[in-house]
Design a protein around this ligand. Structure first.
Ligand code: ADP
Ligand code: MG
Length: 670
């Protein structure tokens, strides 16, 4: 049991000199030693024998035992790369990039040559690549491209589906497709690797495949709970981390704090830095390392740098650090008890990321991160009662809580006709499947018989939500593909375009408003940001002066380059129609017509046209105070109430123009 002390300014600690920093990359021999110390190393021979003897193998091992980074290398040494590549799938982009970089370093090769990775919008592989890390989504993409090729996945000798316990939609679809590959190709090996013990389920699914267990090395972890529920877990997390830093001797271990997302992590970073600055040099140096999906890879890599002597590392992470990435030297874990989860309501037909309590399995994984190299401590920012009685035991597979639009499109494009009888490990709710089929039909991706149309085929080429892909396909008709892909890439970057630094809120808000001039709506405002930035030669200085996040913009530009290539491949001419805003908005409406809403009579917000859902315009929208009668929105997010994010004004007659099969004249009131 522990008590929070939100006041740390009074804590006195000796000043510790942290002058000597280790800056060189570790030389290879040292990595060789590290490698041999991993639990998995002792099982190398046995493991390779098991792979030899069985076509499908389920591997279970404690997080950090070396599965992801070592097994593909073992397979390489055992000669499997002579017959083809070793592919290793990851649910998360960051993990694919980061582990590939590590493997390249261990092998002393340049990333992108023998060892590479492939993630959406970025392919760092070459002719030479034999060890290929990729997101599960990328492998699905390869399946689709090879649909008519025999034998399928011929360039791979082994596929390792890693982090299988996460049960992402893509991984779940891969299970079934890969099962077929094993039946068609006796020479093909499949490894399913998981960090938790639900291995029996995997084994059952793959016709009783054997389970190989790698016993982990685990030290005792002391678990501490709060006495009462914490009303503000962010403040509590920061206070706890600082308390640990102040009271436990630096140099004896680093701190890992689990938060739910980028915004929280950035906020925590600001608070911690401020507090530390106030305390001055009375405390040992604290090196703050954030890690989350959108962080640029150079910054991400910093989290793995060894902590200089006398200092302490404070890692602020999303659940990426739960099982996908292992950071050495962690002795203290602070667990806020929440994570961002995709959730989907089939009734309303919307998908959103919501902060939800984690499962007991996750809580235990998080705690385990502190006991890898010695005894650890885990501070849970919730009560023992909550842990025992309120958390779910295990995760619900994503396929049962997602917008299935893309899943269905993917399956259809993979030639799967009978979705209701597809060999899902856990089938999604039939209701959600039907909703997805309806949406795709409404978007024109499927015909009445449920077959993929030409439009659907083109849409499935884009790694985007079906509504976004439809908007791009439709832009051809309105001659504004150029603008639409700029808007798409800006939407894909998410809500991290504008920044609002403390003390400069008014300036930032003014800058932001200037992009909305003429109440053009959020989509056009995003387009304006992109175009102004482009007109200023993509300058960082311009971003700084306009309170725009340079790194988000650079990511948007990368995505745009990719989209430009995809659009060219799909044969859509890259026409620009920047002065006809209505044309651009009609193209948007062609994809987002299901997301239309109208202002209610008595000024109490909006109601969505199709599902009669109450909603408000998000306060961050340029139209929040304008309140047009008709709007379309990019997404609905549920916080204190339902908010529409990225909103644009709509003329109701457009709904009939772009979706005459979907809206009736009465519904749009004309
Ligand atoms: P598992 O997949 O079984 O969870 P990993 O294959 O990720 O385990 O390997 C764990 C070991 O590799 C840990 O000691 C970890 O610190 C080290 N490691 C993993 N990624 C990196 C990296 N990018 N930089 C440095 N060390 C890393
Ligand atoms: Mg791993």
């Amino acid at each position: 049991e522990f008590v929070f002390e939100h006041q740390i300014d009074s804590v006195k600690t000796e000043l510790i000199d942290s002058g000597d920093r280790i800056e060189e990359e570790s030389p290879l021999p040292e990595l060789e030693n590290e490698k041999k110390n991993l639990p998995i190393y002792a099982y190398k021979e046995q493991l390779m024998k098991a792979v030899d003897d069985h076509q499908v193998l389920v591997i279970v091992g404690e997080t950090g035992s070396g599965k992801t980074i070592q097994i593909p290398q073992f397979l390489d040494e055992a000669g499997y790369t002579r017959r083809g590549m070793i592919g290793c799938t990851q649910p998360r982009r960051v993990a694919a990039m980061s582990v590939a970089a590590r493997v390249a370093r261990e092998k002393g090769v340049k990333l992108g040559n023998e060892v590479g990775y492939s993630i959406r919008f970025e392919d760092r592989t070459s002719q030479k690549t034999v060890l290929k890390y990729m997101t599960d989504g990328r492998l699905l993409h390869e399946f689709r491209q090879q649909l008519r090729k025999e034998p399928i996945l011929a360039s791979y000798s082994v596929i390792m589906v890693d982090e299988a316990h996460e049960r992402t939609v893509n991984t779940d679809i891969l299970f079934s497709l890969l099962k077929d590959v094993t039946r068609a190709r006796p020479d093909f090996k499949l490894i399913i690797s998981s960090a938790t013990l639900d291995a029996i389920k995997f084994s059952d699914y793959f016709d009783s495949a054997p389970i190989f267990t790698i016993p982990g090395r685990k030290f005792p972890v002391e678990i501490l709970y709060t006495r009462a529920p914490e009303p503000d877990y962010l403040a509590a997390a920061v206070a706890t981390a600082l308390q640990i830093h102040a009271t436990e001797e630096a140099g004896d271990g680093d701190i890992l704090v689990f938060l739910t997302g980028q915004e929280e992590i950035e906020a925590a970073e600001v608070i911690v830095s401020e507090k530390i600055r106030k305390v001055g040099t009375k405390m040992a140096e604290l090196i703050i390392c954030p890690i989350y999906a959108n962080l640029p890879s150079e910054v991400q890599a910093r989290v793995f740098d060894p902590t200089p002597k006398g200092a302490r590392k404070l890692v602020l992470a999303t659940n990426i650090a739960e099982t996908s990435l292992t950071i050495d030297g962690i002795k203290y874990v602070v667990d806020c008890g929440f994570a961002k989860m995709k959730s989907y309501s089939p009734r309303v037909g919307m998908e959103s990321l919501v902060v939800e309590p984690i499962t007991r399995a996750s809580a235990n994984q998080r705690a385990g991160r502190s006991g890898r190299t010695g005894p650890g401590k885990c501070f849970r920012l919730y009560t023992a009662y909550t842990f025992a009685n309120e958390l779910d035991e295990n995760i619900v597979p994503e396929i049962q809580r997602t917008n299935l639009g893309n899943v269905v499109l993917t399956l259809k494009s993979l030639g799967v006709d009978d979705l209701l009888h597809f060999d899902f490990m856990d089938p999604p709710p039939a209701e959600a499947l039907v909703k997805a089929l309806e949406l795709l039909y409404a978007l024109g991706a499927l015909n009445k018989r449920g077959e993929l149309t030409r439009v659907g085929e083109v849409m499935s080429e884009f790694p985007l939500d079906p509504m976004l892909s439809k908007m791009i396909v439709a832009s051809e008709k309105y001659g504004c593909c150029d603008e639409i892909i700029s808007i798409s890439c800006m939407l894909s970057v998410g809500n991290s375009i504008f920044c609002r630094p403390k003390g400069k809120e008014i300036l930032a808000d003014n800058a932001r408003r200037s992009f909305h001039m003429g109440d053009v709506g959020d989509h056009i405002a995003l387009l304006n940001v992109y175009n102004f930035w482009k007109d200023n030669n993509f300058s960082s200085q311009w971003c700084y002066e306009n309170y725009v996040q340079g790194r988000s913009m650079r990511r948007a530009r990368d995505i745009r380059d990719q989209l430009e290539r995809l659009v060219a491949r799909a044969g859509i001419p890259l026409l620009s129609n920047v002065n006809d805003l209505d044309a651009i908005k009609k193209a948007i409406a062609s994809g987002f017509f299901p997301h239309s809403a109208r202002l209610q009579k008595h000024g109490d917000g909006y109601v969505t046209v199709k599902h009669k859902q109450n909603a408000c315009i998000h306060p961050s929208s340029g139209l929040a105070e304008v309140c047009p009668r008709w709007v379309m929105y990019h997404e609905l997010v549920l916080t204190t109430k339902e908010f529409m994010r990225q909103v644009t004004q709509l003329k109701p007659e457009w709904l009939l123009e772009v979706a005459p099969h979907y809206y009736k004249v009465e519904e749009v009131g004309i």
